[in-house]
Write a protein that binds this ligand. Sequence first.
Ligand SMILES: *[C@@H]1O[C@H](CO)[C@@H](O)[C@H](O)[C@H]1NC(C)=O
Length: 251
Amino acid sequence: MIGFHMLSGILILLITIVWSCNGENFPTSIKKCKNEDKKCIATTISDIIKRAATTGMPELGIKPINPYPLPKVNIERGQGAVILRIILKDASLIGIDCYVIDKINGFDRNPRDSVFELIGRCNSISIVGPYKMSGRFLLLPVAGEGMSTITFHKVNFTMNWQTDVETRDGKDYLKIKSVDYKSSIKRLHMNMENLFNNKALSDNMNTIFNENYQLIFNEIQEPVEKSFENILLDVIQPVFDKFPYNEMFAE
Ligand SMILES: *[C@@H]1O[C@H](CO)[C@@H](O)[C@H](O)[C@H]1NC(C)=O
């Protein structure tokens, strides 16, 4: 025989389960902005990036972002005097929390008609990890394998999201179909250790790379930006999966 207390206990438990399945509340630790307040949105996103750096923000569905794994970057391009094949495997992106959002466009109340554009900068960010490289640079043959560091200094970027809206339990969630990330840099510095299995030759070659960093950037820009697009999608989409779009903004 089930007593009244037990019955009401089960009822409360059921209500609690149904309630908590009905989406999560947007954490109060994050400032909600009005859709029209573009400045507030840019500042809040910059703030989230800083706070998510080493510990992530589980309450938002963001895992730690610094360092961020880069399983594979495949650079295989070139013509004329620069033909490079570089493979980075199990590298890390270090310093993703350098990103500051200066300006946003869109993020409108109705996500169906809205653009999602973010414009900002990063002081410096690096890719660190094992590399394999072969090819020619300014007609000099290049070959090597070892540890590498590629640092991008003073990055400006523009990012656009192509989006869809998915309705779950009568609520609209933003689905980012793809991220388009374009960047310019002031300078690139790279150190590919152990080129030619020889420290002196390797140092010389790295000096030549760095004196001609723009030629290197031309080769690696597209594949690196592609990797960034995948990372950004991976970091951002879980946040929009977790909360209905309109609940992320103030009334
Ligand atoms: C980045 O943007 C700033 C401010 O608009 C500008 O002064 C600078 O030249 C830009 N740098 C690059 C590398 O595009």
